[in-house]
Design a protein around this ligand. Structure first.
Ligand code: NAD
Length: 481
């Protein structure tokens, strides 16, 4: 049993109460580590440490803050294998995914915002009447970063890097389901000699440690990524206190396939969009709308490839589909498979829990599942499943495809596959989603605004958007003769 500690004021410490929570290995279905069950005193201590350090950190030249982030990135790159293995064990994702996506992206986040620290600039507006406005942008103070389990170190660093680059001190609360790499990252901060209190990591339950962080009067902003219901709960507590809020929430993303698409690329990429990380990426395309004339050909090829995905021990180099993150999440996904059948869905492949042998015999695996024959407005096609489950739906016109794509309460991402450039622009402008990919999926430029519309969230991350979120703008207007 490994022990994970909080990282508060530069020290690795247990919860003050001495309470612990179990951390499970999804592929084995058993506990393998314990994390602090943090409560009020732990959050208070972390916030106090961050407050004490804020004057010093915010006065540190921006380029120097960037240097600290570069140093941390170098350590993440050095420990790529250790971190990738830890991420795979902790979350159930294939080692190959952690190694090629999660950990390199964590280092890239740190480097990107290391550069942003010294390049961030504010605006100036000259007035014809003989006055000039300039905007001062100051860090907020202590900010809270709450991250989910699906891309643990990736999303943890995506928040803390801009917050630190902008001169804030951070109290971070990683998901209790995947705390390991945030803990290992705390150790790297100690190794790098990051000043105590700049970053504090408090582990524990969302409704307990997370909620206390949201409520804390000294925490000026909350950057949250997670489920829509949790986001609504956080907003209801933070809004009356006038905290800045960035909410990156759930999705039910459409993939639109037109008959004139590049067939080979479209099948390959829509498969990747459906099943990457077992479908546990907020950007996954879980509803595939296909122009009717292409439907049968696309369906047959898609199902053939979904059946060929290698499901297995996440630590096996060949594995493409790992385990789901937790037993409750497994039950949730299996519940949706029952619902899809009740709603009249025809399961073309998968549709069941997968039973493996050896050390994975008790693991939480679900076969990649493709379903057809479900109307766009049924619950299976409206609610976020967040697992390896995708539905196929034929459409007859562009209007119909757009209406169905937009026809959920969510609006995070969409992808569109066609060789007709005019059509791509026309449809992209009408899709209700924060991120629209044309003839690609999850091609990420860290400068672009990232976030959702409707119930997929408010606020944007990425590039200057994140730097603006983590700073307060004050305008100075000077009149001259
Ligand atoms: P979750 O909402 O259960 O938890 C996310 C984080 O919030 C965890 O750290 C959790 O401990 C904490 N938390 C839970 N309740 C809280 C409360 N009352 N107060 C404060 N903190 C609380 O989400 P999850 O299950 O970890 O993640 C999956 C969800 O995240 C999916 O809906 C997915 O779509 C979404 N997601 C969105 C994005 C995006 O960029 N929009 C990215 C990744 C994941």
């Amino acid at each position: 049993m490994q022990t994970i500690s909080n990282y508060i004021d530069g020290q690795l410490v247990p919860a003050v109460s001495g309470g612990w929570l179990e951390d499970f290995e999804p592929a084995a279905g058993q506990a393998y580590a314990r994390i602090p069950d943090s409560h009020k005193t732990d959050i208070d201590n972390a916030v106090a440490a961050a407050r004490r350090t804020f004057p010093q950190w915010s006065a540190t030249p921006a380029a120097e803050r960037g240097e600290w982030l570069h140093r941390l990135a170098t350590l993440v790159e050095r420990d790529l294998e250790i971190l990738a293995r830890a991420e795979s064990l902790d979350s159930g994702k294939p080692l190959a995914v952690a190694r090629s996506v999660d950990i390199p992206r964590a280092a890239a986040n740190l480097r990107f915002f290391a550069a942003a620290a010294s390049q961030f600039a504010s605006e100036s507006h000259a007035m014809e009447s003989g006055a000039i406005n300039y905007t001062l942008r100051s860090p907020l103070g202590v900010v809270g970063c709450i991250s989910p389990w699906n891309l643990p170190l990736y999303l943890f660093t995506w928040k803390l890097a801009p917050a630190l680059a902008a001169g804030n001190c951070v109290v971070a609360k990683p998901s209790e389901l995947t705390p390991m790499t945030a803990y290992l990252f705390s150790k790297l901060c100690i190794e790098a000699g990051l000043p105590a209190g700049v970053l504090n990591v408090v582990h524990g339950l969302g409704p307990k440690a997370g909620a206390l962080l949201v409520e804390h009067p000294e925490v000026k902003a909350i950057s949250f990524t997670g489920g829509t219901k949790t986001g609504a709960n956080i907003a209801s507590h933070a809004a009356p206190k006038f905290k800045k809020l960035s909410l990156e929430l759930g999705g039910k993303n459409p993939t639109l396939v037109f008959a004139d698409c590049d067939f080979e690329r479209t099948v390959a990429e829509s498969l990747r969009a459906a099943f990457s990380n077992q479908g546990e990426i907020c950007l996954c395309g879980s509803r595939i709308f296909i122009e009717r004339s292409l439907y049968a050909r696309f369906r047959d090829e898609f199902v053939k490839r979904a059946q060929a995905l290698r499901l297995g021990d996440p630590l096996d180099e060949q594995t493409e589909q790992g385990a789901l993150v937790s037993e409750p999440h497994l039950q949730k996904v299996l519940g949706y498979l029952d619902l899809a059948r009740k709603e009249g869905g025809k399961v073309l492949c998968g549709g069941r829990r997968a039973n493996l042998n050896g050390r994975c015999a008790k693991g939480w695996f679900v076969e990649p599942t493709v379903i057809e024959n479900l109307p766009p407005d049924c619950r299976t096609n409206q609610e976020e499943i967040f697992g390896p489950v995708v539905t196929l739906i034929p459409f007859d016109s562009e209007e119909q495809a757009i209406a169905w794509a937009n026809g959920t309460p969510y609006g995070l991402a969409a992808s569109l596959w066609s060789r007709d450039v005019s059509r791509c622009h026309r449809i992209a402008a009408r899709l209700e989603a924060g991120l629209i990919w044309v003839n690609c999926w999850m091609l990420r430029d860290l400068r672009v605004p990232m976030g959702g519309v409707k119930q997929s969230g408010t606020g944007r991350e990425g590039g200057w958007e994140a730097m603006r979120f983590f700073t307060e703008a004050r305008n100075v207007c000077i009149k001259y003769e």
